[in-house]
Design a binder for this molecule. Structure first.
Ligand code: PXL
Length: 280
């Protein structure tokens, strides 16, 4: 029997609203991956569309957690980082990665900081410069188009994009340090939506898109990235992991749209977990 894989997920806990750890943990667990967590902050809800959310910063807890783990000699097959609670946490998470990374650990950084052309209001304007340094130590990064523009110091452009444009962005992202880059929210024709990728080891570009459902739902970047990490850990190639993650995400959006759910509540990924896990 295949050895069970172990991942460390470093994200906030948004207590309500299906994103970050409340998505990463169930998705990775359903895929059979033992998942440890380092919460970067605890919020009553995510910050997308709710007023008056509580916010407890856990910057000071991250390294003590990591150092305790280190004393236990735990090995991690993957480290997956997402929303960080403060600018200071960028350097701290880099140190955490340095401490717990083994020679075969897959480090996936989702540079969560922006969407729809805007840096999240919680973050200072120098946040993208810090995030660029974190991306440099990753094996795979998973920005959306806004995050990619911020990482590269470019202006954001609305979709649709050309393949030439995404190929140039993907190569530039790999030049920051990661071997593989994946761009989310990519549409070439306005009618489909998916993810584009580049593997600098093989020189291979990829794209997988499905018909666009429409509507904007919170947490879909986390659903996609969590499923991607799960599929990679289960031995899928980058292209195959992207297909599984796009399908899982789009099916989750379709369920929520069909149910007429509030888009701030995240998407119904739960109903798809069984099918997703069975397909891995
Ligand atoms: O899904 C990204 C995310 C994660 N965590 C928090 C957020 C967001 C996006 O808005 O606010 C707290």
């Amino acid at each position: 029997m295949e050895r069970q894989k172990r991942a460390a997920a470093i994200h906030d806990i948004s207590c309500f609203g299906r994103c970050s750890l409340t998505v990463a943990l169930p998705v990775l667990s359903a895929a059979g991956i033992e998942t440890s967590v380092i919460p970067t902050a605890v919020l009553s809800t995510h910050t997308g569309g709710f007023d008056g959310f509580t916010y407890r910063d856990l910057t000071e807890d991250i390294l003590p957690i990591v150092k305790h783990w280190n004393s236990l000699n735990l090995g991690f097959d993957a480290i997956y980082t997402g929303f960080l609670g403060s600018f200071e946490q960028i350097e701290i998470v880099m140190e955490a990665i340095r401490i717990i990374r083994g020679k075969d650990t897959l480090v996936v950084v989702d540079p969560v900081m922006a969407d729809n052309g805007e840096l999240y209001s919680l973050f200072p304007k120098e946040f993208p410069t810090g995030m660029r340094k974190l991306c440099a130590v990753a094996d795979i990064i998973v920005p959306n188009m806004t995050e990619a523009a911020l990482l590269l110091g470019e202006d954001y452009r609305e979709p649709p994009y050309t393949r030439g444009e995404t190929s140039r962005l993907l190569c530039a992202l790999c030049e920051l340090g990661p071997k593989k880059s994946v761009l989310t929210g990519v549409s070439y024709d306005g009618e489909s939506l998916g993810a584009a990728s580049y593997d600098s080891d093989t020189g291979e570009f990829g794209y997988y898109g499905v018909p666009r459902i429409g509507g904007m739902y919170h947490g879909t970047g986390d659903v996609f990235a969590s499923a991607l990490v799960a599929a990679m850990l289960r031995g899928h190639s980058l292209a195959s992991a992207i297909r599984a993650a796009v399908d899982f995400t789009v099916n989750s959006i379709a369920r929520s749209k069909e149910a007429g759910s509030d888009n701030r509540y995240g998407v119904n990924f739960e109903a798809g977990l069984g099918e997703f896990a069975a397909g891995l």
